[in-house]
Write a protein that binds this ligand. Structure first.
Ligand SMILES: Nc1ncnc2c1ncn2[C@@H]1O[C@H](COP(=O)(O)OP(=O)(O)OP(=O)(O)O)[C@@H](O)[C@H]1O
Ligand SMILES: [Mg+2]
Length: 231
């Protein structure tokens, strides 16, 4: 595996159990992603984008094949090691936000930094910087049930980026955002991508995101049907 390859997916298959049957959500996916790519999994609803992103994020196991993330083969990782890899190196923006309802906006964004045992001062600075990126500095003390859908989505974006991870996996991060907020967030992401070589992988069918992508991996019924790299 070359130095610049951060993710290597080979012959990946994912079956979901459906009672005694199973549903094959991914068929023999092969894909290599280099450090610093700004790329997206694109395709219609049900094509397998979230399934593939969850496996890349070590949140779910493949049925067959393998995925190597930063030189770690997912097949060989114990749950604890997978959690360590996620905490240290991967920021995840979930399609459904997954904010913790009893915590404030500040505390939700701070959470990944607590896992990394950062000092109080470091946490405060990083959280306020991330909230500024997404335009929510005035909502630090709000709780998720006091936020609009778009504001919740922006908190999820801040939480994924607060620790400056090597990889950000973003599942439909703009589905509930207007054009201005989408543009701001994409600009912030591009800045991290350029300055820190953060690798971004989106799952999206939103044109507001797609036009920023430098590589589009098209999925259809669990197969990669096209892979277009922009120059
Ligand atoms: N837990 C599950 N059990 C059974 N089938 C599932 C499960 N999760 C997803 N699927 C099926 O796998 C396929 C791919 O789902 P996935 O969520 O990856 O699609 P997607 O491309 O992210 O779609 P969307 O754009 O709607 O988010 C779908 O047909 C879906 O019904
Ligand atoms: Mg999805």
């Amino acid at each position: 595996m070359g130095d610049s390859q951060i993710i290597q997916i080979s012959n990946l298959v994912k079956d979901y159990a459906m009672g005694k049957q199973f549903f094959r959500a991914l068929h023999d996916v092969n894909l290599s992603i280099n450090t610093g790519e700004f790329c997206g999994l694109v395709g219609p609803s049900g094509s397998g984008k979230t399934t593939l992103l969850n496996i890349i994020g070590a949140l779910d196991n493949p049925t067959g094949g393998d995925i190597i993330i930063m030189n770690n083969s997912i097949k060989d990782l114990k749950n604890k090691q997978a959690a360590k890899l996620r905490n240290e190196s991967i920021g995840f923006i979930f399609q459904t936000y997954n904010l913790l309802p009893v915590y404030t906006v500040f505390e939700n964004v701070e959470f990944p930094l607590l896992l990394l045992k950062k000092s109080k001062k470091e946490r405060e600075e990083a959280v306020m910087r991330a909230l500024e990126w997404v335009g929510l500095s005035d909502k630090v003390n709000s709780r998720p049930n006091q936020l609009s859908g778009g504001e919740s989505q922006r908190v999820a974006v801040a939480r994924a980026m607060v620790k400056l991870p090597r990889i950000v996996l973003a599942d439909e991060p703009t589905a509930n955002l207007d054009a201005a907020n989408s543009h701001n967030i994409l600009q912030t992401m591009l800045k991290l991508n350029l300055e820190l070589k953060t690798t971004f992988i989106f799952a999206t069918h939103d044109e507001k995101v797609i036009r920023y992508l430098r590589r589009k991996v098209a999925l259809s019924d669990g197969n990669v049907i096209n892979d277009i790299i922009m120059n």
